[in-house]
Design a protein around this ligand. Sequence first.
Ligand code: KIV
Ligand code: ZN
Length: 520
Amino acid sequence: MTATMDENRVTIFDTTLRDGEQSPGASMDMAEKLKIALFLEEMGVDVIEAGFPIASAGDFEAVHQIANTLKNVTVCALSRADRGDIECCAAAIAPAPRRRIHTFISTSALHMKYKLRMTPEQVHERVGESVRYARTFTDDVEWSAEDGSRTDSDFLCRCVEAAIRAGARTINIPDTVGYAIPDEFSSRIAMLLNRVPNIDRAILSVHCHNDLGLAVANALAAVQAGARQVECTLNGLGERAGNAALEEIVMALRTRYDHLPFTTGIKTELITRASKLVSAITGFVVQPNKAIVGANAFAHEAGIHQDGLLKHAATYEIMPPEAVGLSQAKIVLGKHSGRRAFREKVRTLLGYELSEHALEEAFRRFKDLADRKKEIFEEDLTALVGDELAQGLQGEDRIRFGTLEVMCGSRHPSADLELVIDGVVQGVSATGNGPIDAIFIAIRAIFPHAARLQLYQVHAVTQGTDAQAEVTVRLEENGRSVNGYGADTDTLVASARAYVNALNRLLVKREKTAPTALSA
Ligand code: KIV
Ligand code: ZN
């Protein structure tokens, strides 16, 4: 049989906002989720798993908001094989023009016996019931066999058959615990395609975890065996060791089309920006040698490699950096650039349309930066505008950064800090075990709170000692975490701004009320 293009099109199902968000510490608020969802849509993802609505009021609200906003992508939400879960899921995705319910139940002997305490027959029955019920809300239903890679083959075939009979259009086989080996996993997919009656009525999908570092290899092996949907996340975010990384799957398919003749709808030039967005929002740094999106992924250090590259790029480069949206660090603006040029750069380079107020403030800070730093790179602009957007994300922030003077060195580090609280300037001096400690103690003295510091992270935006520092601060209160973000050429100022930003977000989170759909 000659395969047509469509038969070789792989559906990209992104679960950064659901499985990715399950990584400890990666929780995102609604505005952040929406921002990522909009970017995924622009990038050409086919299905966005926006959350697990029954898990919390916040999850429900985020899925609902995403379903209300996105028009060109399928919005999916997860539910257990339970009527209440499915109803909640259906209500959350209702506004989306294209919506999918993803319902799952464990099928491995281990999970059925110890986790579900159900017999195989009960599970089998529940598969049909749950899919049938989900189909009363939407035609697009996906069914997953949790722990599918460790499920008895005969039983898996029976469950898949029942799900298809009940109306599932996508059948997902997760390697929930990241246990599979590529040739074994591809045989499992081939086995299902050979044995299950009516398997051609559904798309086979895979969802691979990375506990043995094999998630991407397993997913690609499954595609070679006939799977046509891959579930993945940006930067490989996800439970434990994470999920198959979207960028690695997509670039492997694109770069090795000779061996893997499959296509996706992803605009690969947006991959780098997508990765940075997720990293900035979650505070999860991408390791420098991470494939595709690590800072060193396209850097050539060895002289012999650089020499080869200069003679012919293909000697050491299997894909052009531009294919993932990487460009040489370019000077984009200078000290004499005006407001109009600044606005234009922000719009064309970063895709942001700033409000008049935010533009004024960002421009003032840009001028200030240009005074301190000779060359302003694209990365500088991204950090500065990102900081401005972070500060403005909550509307009228109650706490604003004022001024900071720090004494540091080997004796008694201290910080003199002024914050503006509800419009009133308040100042304090504090000492600590180092300048950052002194600053954070000063913030707590001015604005007492019980939130715990979970993460403090600094990243240099560009090279050189005059580089801006991007700081992420994560605060936790009553099991809820928020990330704050700040950027400045002075690491200490950036740290104070990031902490204040996290505090403002925490205040907004505290004020939030449950959505009516769940509290009714
Ligand atoms: O890993 C897993 O099995 C899952 C399912 C809910 C699809 O995330
Ligand atoms: Zn998973």
